[in-house]
Design a protein around this ligand. Structure first.
Ligand SMILES: *Cc1c(COP(=O)(O)O)cnc(C)c1O
Length: 223
């Protein structure tokens, strides 16, 4: 890698890392980024999380899950965790949504706050998959976007599917305390080609390809 002189955001080793992760996880596309938190931030943006939305997160997680929601200007809303899986409790989630979720003009709103409830971020604690069948049923019933925080679960499969590949978007972390480390690092996983293209664009400063001009067509990130 050092001899290639490409040691940072581009180069054949980044491409290879992404390809090998895609092959191992079964995710069609993988976009490598600087850490798991930035991967979550971009995944939530791509899932359409907007200012003042509510995003449901597990009460038991690393702070990054909630921080990424706040980076989008949205409100993290905590759902109880389950003693068996240490992950988000689908029964508690369903009960709570039944009480507060109100369909209005094509979206689901929290009847107490008036805010749109847009996405759900289950996290697979210490590699233990959440009860995803039950969680996905709630996601469908309440038309939520599913973004999986698989930062701690590289190598964990749920009914043959790698964790983080069950929803539209999922993320991995390669921080020093994770299963595989790059010192610091993360990845966005998606089966959607357009989302993968947009993820790569957003995380590389949204620069348009050109030999010398620096034209950026939206606010991008150096992730
Ligand atoms: C580690 C972790 C992250 C964030 O990853 P970083 O690479 O440290 O930014 C996000 N969510 C969970 C659950 C984690 O354990």
């Amino acid at each position: 890698c050092i001899e290639s002189t490409f040691v940072s955001s581009v180069g054949s080793y980044v491409d290879r890392f992404e390809k090998e992760l895609a092959a191992y996880t079964g995710s069609k596309h993988v976009v490598a980024v600087v850490n798991g938190t930035s991967a979550l931030h971009i995944a939530l943006k791509l899932a359409g999380v907007k200012i003042n939305d509510e995003v449901l997160v597990p009460s038991l997680s690393f702070v990054a899950t909630a921080n990424a929601v706040s980076y989008c200007g949205a409100k993290p809303h905590f759902v109880d965790s389950n003693e068996n899986t240490l992950g988000l409790n689908p029964d508690a989630l369903k009960e709570w949504l039944k009480q507060v979720a109100e369909p209005s003009q094509g979206v689901i709103r929290n009847r107490h706050t008036g805010r749109r409830i847009h996405a759900l971020v289950p996290m697979h604690t210490f590699g233990h998959p959440c009860e995803m069948d039950e969680i996905q049923k709630v996601v469908r019933d309440f038309r939520l976007e599913l973004v999986e925080d698989a930062a701690e679960s590289l190598g964990s499969f749920y009914h043959g599917h790698h964790t983080g590949t069950l929803g539209k978007l999922g993320i991995l972390s390669f921080n020093g305390n994770k299963i595989v480390t790059t010192g610091g690092g993360g990845a966005i996983m998606t089966n959607d080609s357009e989302m993968a293209r947009h993820a790569k664009h957003l995380t590389t400063t949204a620069k348009l390809p050109h030999r010398w001009e620096y034209l950026h067509d939206e606010v991008g990130f150096n992730y």
